[in-house]
Write a protein that binds this ligand. Sequence first.
Ligand code: FMN
Length: 168
Amino acid sequence: MSITRDLDPDLFRHAMTCFASGVTAITTQESGIPSGLIATSVCSLSADPATILVCINKNASSHDVILRTKSFAVNLLSADQASVAKRFISSSGTDRFDPGQWRDGTTGAPTLIDSVVAFDCSLIAVHDGFTHTIVVGKIEGVTVNEDVAADCLLWHRHGFAHSSLRAS
Ligand SMILES: Cc1cc2nc3c(=O)[nH]c(=O)nc-3n(C[C@H](O)[C@H](O)[C@H](O)COP(=O)(O)O)c2cc1C
């Protein structure tokens, strides 16, 4: 691969998939209807106040819902929850949610039972990010699964991987 000034978007996407990223389900709920998407562009912003950011495609069906509800949850999937990610990818709307796997967070956003981490967030800022909106959430609640077996699900080189392979 060569370095180019006018980077081909497909080359950019290919290069980015070399990063191993935690797979999250970003969720919200409006008038009792859950919606969400799978996202890897999640990043901690600050610890005080505790804030997190997510880059959400403006064309995603949940994009405008999150901006309206001003709340969302960031659910880091465990290695055992690839089926949750596949369900989100292969379906749409409320079909993405198996009712038995979710409970409402304090903001109303659905949080995934047995996820590695679930952040319940209120939206405090948005920034334009070209095709995406950079959504900043203040963390109103967090659930950390202390089960040592709860490795997270990764997306790496166009496929799912686990976080259990640690460098020495
Ligand atoms: C592994 C993976 C990571 C993704 N990361 C993001 C992301 O960070 N932000 C985003 O907007 N879409 C991301 N997507 C794409 C959305 O999940 C997908 O476009 C979503 O289905 C669009 O929402 P809609 O079908 O409800 O319109 C990712 C998809 C996959 C498979």
